[in-house]
Design a protein. Structure first.
Lengths: 404, 404
């Protein structure tokens, strides 16, 4: 059995970013930038005023003279002429500083009768001026590829005059839930049957990670049905299956995919919940679709998705991919010594004495969806970790900060 | 001038959640639930096996007898009969426990020749059985309204057999950027002109907050143009303007909206950046559109959006709305004593000795888009806060955790 870290490293080593596409700026939020964004203009385009007031020569104002207001230059309508001794030009935040002026008299420091203005508190030379290009100059790279674009990045790309951006295509992730007992919400449920939850929570998670989910029809516990789904997944970048990894003595997913050229990389990880997780690829190396076979238990499937699927999508998306963020927390209840498998205890978070306290749920059954939905963190228990008492420091993955 | 807290309280008091709509489960991720979700079935639907193995009577197995395997019950295909003394039924994770059986012998503890099975390590009565309804019972409320639906919630709603969910409609937020100097990316830029960044970053932020942005055509610094836009905003839940709040001696936005029945609530907040922020409403009280008039400076606009627009959208969306999460951090560089306005210093974060260090940018000019895009936190400086040295504890809003 592989460790969690070995398994993740092997998954990431096998995956590569998908190609780029061009999208409108208005559609680029939360996409991963695929090419550097170079400024197509200089900002500010010239020396501009940082405030409302009057452009003048500092030396004039310092002399205490009344200056003649020879014009106004609202932002976007620069003053045409050149300022001479004894002259001032009315301007506003963002106005271009006229030729000949060297500073801005603040409106609140000015005494004006419309035609003339007097500086009650004269500015220093250069004061209240934003210099040409102080934000960026034409040709400057303002955004580097590999960055997930936030709202501020979108504003920066707009200011740099880009109506289109090159972003990494959304990875296509096919989702195949298997099992004779499962059905789709709102459809007939057989005797002893349940409604599939994995396909829907995984589709949401895939979407939240910036990829495009493709929900394949449910497949029963049947090698042929699972095999048929493999064909449909050929155009996906990644096929995620749930269930069927160890049905009794059979591994139906592996058997079903075998007819479509499935090459197994590994299928067991020393972890709990979620030991039987498959990784491999479908098809030849060039046009291969990676396959992650998640366990059927919803909690196991979700924990494996946090540990492996999200990093896999990040890698396909051209993002830095690795361990989910791990933070320290104070243990809120005793935990037993761990066996050889890395454990991931579902826990609630609270704050006590300014510290984050993680309290594991008393029942850690991997079929409890309600406790899973209420979990705020996974407490990480290393293989063979000793028993720990309340107050001990533990490592947690904060589920509330994963963005899904 | 209002304090930041007073201003936010007045905005939130004036806003109410928008109505609900029904969406397909596959579209419900990240939406705000508008009605309780009651389980439409019981999960598990019966007592089921938690493991692969054999259903039997614990007393039989304890006696050391070889048990006759009288059938198999894969998940979704329950065993029809009733188990008698000396009998066992092959089953799998999720299989219904047959009548007459009281426990599950683990596959790895079983010695089977196909027709019979011997328990090498007999189970206790009740062991490895998931009880009917231990996750939820028919009629249980599994999700409460007012919750933003995460991937796990979607899985839970699916398991509870809901193909549709009632969610709060996305608030419609109209965005109006004003200014003679601004143009759209890719379009001609006038002399001394710049490309509008606010409308695009705000549209992204609005979308990230779960609302629907509606980009109105740019309006020049012109009362009539701004007024015309007001009509287009009538069907929005919220109109956000940028710029025009204090152009020289005029307040163009207020003047422009006046003809459309604008009622001002307040227009000045004791904060930096972003003092001139307008709040009010357009139209009569019943069909009113709330108006937030942001400053034109991109940094001011963004900080005001963090402090006021996001909570406003949360309130319209039916979420708990209030102060953005504030966390402690260690100051990384000296800061001066503050004046009467609450300050919001753009800062980078780092980790030293396990603590989060927030270091303000040396230049805090509210026109610097690049520094804004690189900021990871806002350091909050209360009105009249004393000068502080590196190492002091300060409060920060982590921009990297706001989801936009």
């Amino acid at each position: 059995m592989l460790t969690v870290e070995e398994a993740r490293a092997r998954i990431l080593a096998a995956l590569h970013p998908v190609p780029a596409e061009t999208v409108a700026l208005a559609e680029a939020w939360n996409r991963v930038l695929a090419a550097p964004v170079a400024a197509r203009l200089t900002q500010p385009p010239a020396d501009v005023s940082a405030m409302d007031g009057y452009a003048l020569r500092a030396a004039d104002a310092a002399a205490g003279a009344r200056l003649r207001v020879v014009g106004a230059a609202p932002a976007g309508r620069p003053f045409d002429g050149t300022l001479k001794w004894g002259e001032a030009v009315r301007l506003f935040t963002g106005s271009v500083i006229p030729n000949g002026a060297d500073s801005v008299l603040l409106q609140e420091d000015a005494e004006s009768d419309g035609d003339t203005v007097l500086a009650r508190r004269p500015p220093d030379a250069g004061q209240h001026i934003r210099r040409q290009g102080q934000d960026f100059a034409h040709g400057d790279i303002v955004l580097q590829p590999g960055r997930r674009l936030g709202a501020r990045d979108i504003g920066l790309a707009a200011a740099a005059n880009h109506p289109w951006l090159s972003v990494v295509r959304r990875p296509r992730v096919a989702i195949l839930a298997t099992g004779d007992e499962i059905s789709m919400p709102g459809e007939p449920v057989g005797p002893g049957g349940i409604v599939s939850s994995n396909s829907h929570s995984l589709a949401a998670l895939v979407r939240a990670c910036g990829a495009e989910p493709m929900l394949l029809p449910l497949a029963g516990d049947d090698v042929d049905a699972i095999g048929a789904a493999a064909g449909a997944a050929a155009e996906a970048d990644l096929l995620v299956t749930t269930g069927g990894a160890s049905v009794g003595d059979h591994d139906l997913v592996q058997a079903g995919l075998a007819a479509h050229g499935f090459a197994l990389d590994f299928w067991k990880i020393a972890m709990r919940p979620g030991k039987p997780m498959i990784f491999g690829r479908l098809g030849d190396r060039a046009g291969a679709t990676a396959v992650i076979g998640l366990p059927g238990n919803p909690v196991s499937a979700f924990v494996c998705a946090v540990l492996f699927l999200r990093p896999a999508i990040d890698r396909l998306s051209g993002l830095p991919a690795g361990v989910p963020p791990v933070e320290p927390a104070v243990l809120g209840a005793a935990v037993r010594a761990n066996d050889h498998r890395a454990d991931h205890l579902r826990a609630r978070l609270s704050i006590a004495d300014g510290q984050t306290v993680a309290t594991p749920f008393a029942r850690q059954d991997s079929a409890l969806l309600r406790a899973l939905a209420e979990s705020e963190a996974l407490i990480l228990r290393a293989p063979h970790a000793a028993a720990a008492h309340p107050g001990a420091t533990v490592s947690v993955i904060r589920l509330d900060r994963l963005g899904f």
